[in-house]
Design a binder for this molecule. Sequence first.
Ligand SMILES: Cc1cc2nc3c(=O)[nH]c(=O)nc-3n(C[C@H](O)[C@H](O)[C@H](O)COP(=O)(O)OP(=O)(O)OC[C@H]3O[C@@H](n4cnc5c(N)ncnc54)[C@H](O)[C@@H]3O)c2cc1C
Length: 392
Amino acid sequence: MSDALTTLEIGEDYPELRESVRRICAGYPGPYWQKLEETDGYPTAFVDELTAAGFLGALIPEEYGGSGLPLRAAAVILEEINASGCVASQGHAQMYIMGTLLRHGSEEQKRRYLPEIAAGRLRLQAFGVTEPTSGSDTTKLKTRAVRDGDHYVVTGQKVWTSRALHSDMMLLLARTTPADQVAKRTEGLSVFLVDLREHRGQGLEIRPIKAMINHNTTEVFFDNLRVPAENLIGEEGRGFRYILDGMNAERILVATEALGDGRWFIRKATQYANDRVVFGRPIGANQGVQFPIARAWAELEAADMVCRRAAALFDAGRDCGADANIAKLLASEAAWHAGEAAMQTFGGFSYAKEYEIERKWRETRLYQIAPISTNLVLAYVGQHVLGMPRSY
Ligand SMILES: Cc1cc2nc3c(=O)[nH]c(=O)nc-3n(C[C@H](O)[C@H](O)[C@H](O)COP(=O)(O)OP(=O)(O)OC[C@H]3O[C@@H](n4cnc5c(N)ncnc54)[C@H](O)[C@@H]3O)c2cc1C
């Protein structure tokens, strides 16, 4: 067993890192997030401060200007952001999107983009995979990129491309060889870096989607958009594999982020259960109030162990597909149960925006749907881990 696995820590690992994240988050309390929601605003000041402190470049190796930290440290950063009541998802994508560039980009691409991202001069926050008609069936995506001299011409549409209006570059997955001309549907897809600044209004249109939470998510339309061929990452046709590589990191990070929400809910619910007196005693003295909070906490602890194991496997360079998926499944459900416990504990006051329970409750629901829905995780476990027949 590798060192990363034998040194699996219990309790608060990276205490100093956690403390620095908490210090920044303390400057962005509830009213900051409430105001942004009212205006569909983006937390530019918050994301800029995280970037300046080096947190969003945590995974970029030191030779490219980043902190070169392991995935577990990045996960801890996101966990603390959410546990502080802030919203990690507004900046998290940069951490895992750049992984595709780091692992599969050319040395020239890495030298050109990674130091800029690490320094906060370039935002790579948008990831264009999902399309309206193909959904979870990624290999059926319809966006085409056709080679034309030293460019690719891109036509198609993405949906739920979060932060596209607050990102300089986008990582795009498009089909370069039609599905009926490849042996397997996973072949013939390619990954590109698209410069969103250069192209808006010239073959590229971005429209915000009004959503249940303030996630700054969008639809992106490509109409004969010319992308320089030098922006292709790795080899043409192998993009699906490159994206899959990054998805395990994404699932581990998002799972740990969900744990952060869960911890926030438990802290708020416990405090309120101790303070709120009804029928002459704190409501937390009633087991009907206390037990759902205690159960959710137990579920979070169990999910935390799997998140740590998945990150340890990833950091040790070992296969972590099953653990990454299971971590996402368990953490998203544990966070939701913690949210439900908090909603019930706060009673009517959970509906008052100033308590923020309803905001976090809406936000934490997403983890069961994106970046991969619960059913698709279960399908992975059923088929790849347990060897049962495929449903698709
Ligand atoms: C707020 C938000 C932000 C997002 N950000 C991004 C982003 O930045 N970039 C990006 O590319 N995508 C993003 N997404 C998209 C997200 O990853 C997808 O919504 C998600 O993967 C599910 O795809 P879908 O919505 O098309 O659902 P569908 O694939 O249409 O599935 C609908 C339901 O059917 C179930 N289902 C489908 N097939 C099966 C099956 N074979 N067996 C069992 N159940 C099945 C699914 O589990 C799901 O519950 C975002 C989504 C949201 C809501």
